[in-house]
Design a protein around this ligand. Structure first.
Ligand code: IVH
Length: 681
């Protein structure tokens, strides 16, 4: 009997080890390579099995278990860490001439520079961090600090899934040897898309939005609660070995990058090595123009001498090594005049201030408006109308006002007072306890109705083609649409009375409205515009409840069982369904034939495309972008925005963009819409 149990435990233990390895490997595939090889469902299954074993055998848990990422409790303050070698900075070069001048200077110091090779890397605008590995285990992580001493943010960094807890990551083809003490440096950051999604979520919840990806990443890593860090989409790219003891590491920068990659670290895929400086500069300049295509904010590229012993021999100027230079992109910050502040009413009634600016060009784009985040922000920054203001445009993010140029004031600037009444309907605005936003709570506010309908018919929601903002406004003005359900009972003769409507246009619109009746439950839930419920959560709610009537009867407790649903969102959902006006709306929708139930194909996440990553470019013959995305996701695939080596397929349409060239150069498989459909079968 004893023996039997012992064997069982042995077996469970080896299964536990295997699960740890597997889950860590799948984390790596997903977060580092952006190329998962299992579906989310399979991943969850493995993780759950692992958690179950850990619940039964807590004594087995080791720090490299994937469940231990957000472990340690908040501490009082960060300890100081002395870096094993100085964490250096970089000298700047502004443009090609500056970079050549740098080359001429160092050529005089050492003859070998003449024949040197160069590595070009992105200069990511994030937070510099230093990672220590002892015998392959992630042991400590620190901020740069003053370059000599940083802060110990190990618990926070452990939550960053792109940072391997153990190297080499299991499952790598070749086993690479690791020095007993290895110290690696890289940049932690939030990708632009994730930053925008985070802000959208916060905005929907009426909370303060963040200013920019850099500050958000830095703030998230330098606060005391690892759980909070874990909830932030922090990514990481490494580029330097600061220190190695008890083992050998490569002696050229390019080989260092390859080596780090082979250990399982995330390394920038656009980094490249060149035989001469001119080619390195030419490559750098292509990114100056194309920086909007990068998934992260970069303020330049770094050009580094490849031979690290030569680089070391060149020495430093202050804290800047002579062997590398930051080739800075022109800053996308300008000053202009703040002409006024407009207030927009969102579909949930949130009032948001928007800067109206004297038109100005920022990085090739004419900017006339910029976000001011919220009324508190205007007050905190003391932004006044008539001020010269600093405006920044980064990535494809909407430009934002950084703050006033106080020295440029003439005294004629006017302090701004937030409105006490809704600019659209004149109702007193209200403030919700604990939120920064001000709301117009008038359910019949025309500005809200326009936004509501606009949201309801949008691509990510009910996707009613041909129903643009102009027509929405027309329908509301004519009194034909008082809520979104009214759309489904529109008659042709009503439309024909509107300006610009002829037979054909009216028929087309009615046709697409009719078609929208068959949209999925997920889309309908997202379309309702419930405070805090975006597309992803709508999908989770659809999966859990299967119909609107089931969802309308849920409780806050039940809702909180769903991952990502906290007490606030749960309450907002229950609240929405409890309102008589909304109940009436649901009845009207149902009566009009809009009452989707969960479709079977939406439930399954696995499918023909499980583990595959797609990028779509150009116009496809039958699919819209959203259709294509939905089709791929319904078949278990993933859709990303930019082409990389990890892209499984590029789906090519007419008039493709630069993604086509990129895919060709990387050897990514290219297919058309028809082929995509065939593959799904
Ligand atoms: S190399 C000797 N490479 O830029 C090593 N730095 O202005 C010196 N940075 O503090 C740094 N990406 O935080 C290097 N690929 C990259 C980088 C990079 C971003 C940051 C780093 C540094 C700052 C220097």
């Amino acid at each position: 009997m004893f023996c039997y149990n012992h064997n069982m435990a042995d077996k469970t233990f080896s299964r536990y080890e295997e699960l740890k390895t597997q889950v860590n490997f799948h984390n790596y595939r997903y977060h580092v390579l952006d190329a998962p090889v299992v579906s989310d469902l399979e991943y969850d299954r493995l993780l759950n099995e692992l958690k179950k074993i850990e619940a039964e055998h807590p004594e087995w848990i080791t720090p490299d278990s994937p469940t231990q990422r957000a472990g340690a409790k908040p501490s009082e303050k960060f300890e100081k860490v002395r870096h094993p070698a100085p964490i250096l900075s970089l000298a700047n070069a502004f443009g090609a001439d500056d970079a050549r001048a740098w080359f001429e200077r160092i050529k005089k110091l050492d003859d070998r520079v003449k024949k040197a090779k160069f590595v070009v890397e992105p200069k990511i605008d994030g937070l510099s961090v230093v990672l220590h590995y002892h015998d392959g285990q992630f042991a400590q992580g620190a901020t740069r600090g003053d370059g000599e001493v940083g802060e110990d943010i190990t618990s926070n960094l452990r939550t960053v899934k792109a940072i391997p807890l153990r190297i080499p990551v299991e499952g790598q083809e070749s086993k690479v040897s690791v020095p007993s003490h290895l110290v690696v440096r890289g940049e932690a950051f939030i990708p632009i898309k994730d930053f925008e999604a985070l802000n959208k979520k916060l905005e929907e919840a009426g909370e303060k939005t963040y200013l920019n990806p850099r500050n958000t990443a830095a703030g998230s890593l330098r606060q005391l609660d690892p759980q909070l860090t874990a909830s932030r989409p922090i990514a990481m790219l490494v580029y330097q070995i600061v220190h190695a003891e008890g083992g050998n590491v490569p002696t050229s920068q390019w080989e260092i990058l390859e080596y780090l990659k082979s250990l399982g670290f995330p390394v920038a895929d656009i980094s490249k090595r060149f035989n001469d400086l001119d080619s390195a500069i030419a490559y750098t300049e292509t990114f100056d123009k194309g920086r909007d295509t990068l998934p992260y904010e970069a303020d330049g590229m770094v050009i580094k001498i490849d031979d690290l012993s030569l680089a070391a021999d060149l020495g430093f100027v202050g804290k800047d090594p002579r062997g590398a230079v930051a080739f800075k992109f022109p800053a996308r910050e300008v000053t202009t005049t703040l002409l006024g502040i407009d207030v927009e009413v969102g579909r949930t009634g949130v009032l948001t201030p928007r800067a109206s600016l004297e038109a100005v060009e920022i990085g090739g784009v004419i900017v006339r408006n910029a976000t001011l985040h919220n009324f508190d922000y205007i007050e905190e920054k003391d932004i006044r109308i008539g001020d010269r203001v600093l405006v920044k445009r980064a990535g494809e993010v909407i430009p934002y006002v950084i703050g006033p140029v106080v020295d440029a004031r003439s005294g004629k600037e006017k302090k701004y007072k937030p409105p006490t009444k809704c600019p659209a309907c004149n109702t007193e605005v209200e403030h919700i306890e604990g939120e920064v936003a001000w709301y117009c709570v008038n359910a019949a506010c025309p500005a809200q109705l326009v936004r509501n309908v606009e949201h309801f018919v949008s691509r990510g929601a009910m996707d009613i083609v041909g129903l643009g903002i102009k027509i929405v406004e027309q329908l509301i003005e004519a009194g034909l649409v008082k809520d979104v359900a009214d759309l489904f009972t529109l008659k042709k003769d009503q439309l024909l009375k509107l300006e610009g409507f002829a037979e054909k246009k009216a028929e087309n619109l009615l046709g697409s409205i009719e078609q929208a009746k068959g949209q999925s439950l997920k889309r309908l839930i997202a379309a309702l515009g419930i405070h805090g419920v975006g597309e992803v959560m709508a999908g989770d709610l659809a999966q859990t409840y299967g119909s609107l009537s089931a969802l309308s009867q849920t409780t806050t407790e039940e809702l909180q069982q769903i991952e990502g649903v906290g007490p606030n969102i749960a309450e907002s959902i229950v609240d929405w369904f409890a309102r008589p006006a909304n109940q009436k709306l649901l009845k009207k929708l149902k009566a009009a034939g809009v009452d989707p139930q969960m479709k079977k194909d939406e439930k399954k996440k696995e499918g023909a495309f499980a583990g595959l990553t797609f990028v779509v470019t150009g116009t496809l013959p039958n699919f819209s972008r959203d259709d294509a995305k939905e089709f791929i996701e319904n078949n278990g695939g993933k859709v990303t925005d930019s082409v990389s080596k990890k892209t499984s397929y590029l789906v090519l349409g007419e008039n493709p963009g630069s993604k086509f060239e990129k895919a060709k150069s990387l050897g990514v498989k290219i297919i058309d819409e028809a082929e995509l459909k065939r593959l799904a079968e």
